[in-house]
Design a protein around this ligand. Sequence first.
Ligand code: HEM
Length: 408
Amino acid sequence: MTACPVNHLMTLENFHQGAPYSLFRELRQDKAVAWEDENISALGGHWNVFSKECVDKVMKSPAIFSNAGGPRLEDPPKAMIQGANVSLNLMDAPLHRKNRSLVDHAFKPAAINRREDHIRQIAARIIDEVIDKGQCEFVGEVAQRLPLAVICWILGVPETEKKMVCDLANTMMLADDPDFSGGPGESFAAQAQLVIYGAGLAADHRLHPRDSLTMDMLLAKDDDFQLSDHEYGLFFLNLIIGGIETTRNSTAFGLAELIRHPDQYQMLTADPALIPGAVDEIVRFRTPITYYRRTATQDVELAGEKIKQGDTVICWLAAANHDEQFFEQPERFDITRCQRESVRKHSRSFGVGPHFCIGVHLARLQLNIMFEEITSRMCNIQFVEEPKQALSVFVDGYKEMHISFDKA
Ligand code: HEM
């Protein structure tokens, strides 16, 4: 077993300015797959996978690398990963396929594109509310509002309950940042509350049927299989978590990079057709979910390393997205890079394999629309102060970004 050159990779100090891309490069150049010993944050020791090739091998082999241990390094409480409490992203085949097929159709491009006009209206309203002020706190006033409004609209969450749902999602995802959470215990409690809230939302939909994805999901049938309120609650958790944080962080990162590269902002203003490719570069350049965990179901060799049954394997999507074998000068932000499908297809921001992000089309559509709104209505955008990074190893994102701008 080869010791990881940095045996404390998964500590907050390494992530206080976001994912440590240059450290990933050094580690990947040393070893594509490396063991990290147990330390305070990395309990039990685990494998780190740094190269895109090996990330693909792991994520495309669900029979050998299971999702059942949870998405993060820390083990969830046993009750949350057993029996009736397993949510979609913790399921393995055949249960995973059976559950996912109930909702897959609702997230296909055709179904998502039907929502485009309404999403555009929401995005326009969000910009309307800040445009005359000439400055705003972009994360809270803009970036977070679109994905929150959209996922709540799609799922039929009442307006008055949106903020509570968003606060729970932040507490759950940003367990290490005292601005959002009191630690892992509070994070798991927030997770449980989201499931309970989702089950209540299902019960309410059964009593008062209405047009929403929640209703569609409750009515969906596969042979004799239909979701119970609690099973829907577990789905709700996945959709809310997947839907809000990631898209918010990409919106803020994207604008931050465009402020740092005004020439590239100009390119988008001049030619909005470049926006979808720019969005792909934004999610590659600062990968919103830095890693996903798998657990080995059998002894297996990977890049010459002997992984044992039961070992925890951390797939660094952020490192794979900066693998120089697939991306030339990966640490350069360049909106022209992902205009080419031959490059774009290597990005692992949305994962790969059977758990590939179900919300990918919705995420891309929202990001495209938001950047169309921004680049057509705002100019001379500047930082009022440097953005503040949220503290997390798992989620890369800004928690505050004060900007000033003029009306275009
Ligand atoms: C920039 C935005 C987004 C990023 C970077 C992202 C990233 C990811 C990644 C990497 C996975 C794979 C997890 C794994 O392999 O275990 C995933 C799965 C998932 N995502 Fe997203 N996501 C985004 C937006 C969304 C949105 C908008 C939704 C909700 C509609 C969503 C819902 C989900 C769900 C439910 C899963 C679990 C799928 C499964 O296990 O089969 N995501 N996402």
